[in-house]
Design a protein around this ligand. Sequence first.
Ligand code: UDP
Length: 308
Amino acid sequence: MHHLISGAAGFIGSHLCDRLLADGGSVVAVDNFITGSRKNVAHLEGHPQFQFHELDVTTPITVAGKFDCVWHLASLASPMAYLAHPIETLESGSTGTRNMLEVARRDGARFLLTSTSECYGDPLEHPQVETYWGNVNPVGMRSCYDESKRYAEAMTMAYHRTYGMRTNIARIFNTYGPRMALNDGRVVPAFIDQGLRGAAMTIFGDGSQTRSFCYVTDLVDGLVRLSQSEERFPVNLGNPVELTILEFAERIKRLMGVNGEIVFEPLPQDDPKRRQPDISKARGVLGWEPRVGLEDGLRETVGYFKGL
Ligand code: UDP
């Protein structure tokens, strides 16, 4: 299989490259490095089945090749990054998605969009099931991300319906693991960084908001299974084990053997209060569920950050 992956130098993108190459595929990887890092794919340099192009998917995609599978991961996924670059975020979800869909249409390829649990906004239904339409503030600070992904989902469905294309939509919940950027502001690298420096852990709000954290190799396995499936509607991919952020900080402290204090800072606007995927559909349709427990996944992740 010949794959085109956008956002390939990002955290999830680089793990997807590894997986597809290990499965015997060939990969053309593109990234504009707005948040991705050359370091994430440095180990693939010289691999005979791997090619990298520095490219912004909001400009025409000129890379040569007839692809079997087009994966659109390029996006600014951390709140700190998308709040700093709201227009680029909207563009990668809109123009970027359209450009990647056009490559898939040209080649008769499969197309997979990585969407997000943010489509559910600050959800009024719990856990979140794919049929829930969400509670998104369309003009709030996070709207650049949420609405770009909702638009990307709508565009993907429009291409499927108009051209009969084989498309998939993954709604990804919080994911963690090696190659997250240490300073991207997300809670996993933030807490580990603070633990390694012996600094206080910063909890936004009172820490009662919840998240459910999935290890990256589990997530990538879900993406691969989804791309092989006949499911055209969105599928949640995430780990259903739900923790409050305060519990999560305590778990990381225990695992790292640190005893720093916890400080409370203001909760960002529209920060979702609860988030937990209902993965019945992924279980049923893909035969998928996460396998890596939080302790094991965090140990790998801490080890990675220690080695930087
Ligand atoms: N958070 C926190 N301290 C930090 C970074 C994040 O308490 O240093 C909180 C954040 O407010 C949110 C949760 O942790 O409630 C997850 O944040 P993250 O930015 O990782 O992802 P999100 O799920 O909000 O997209």
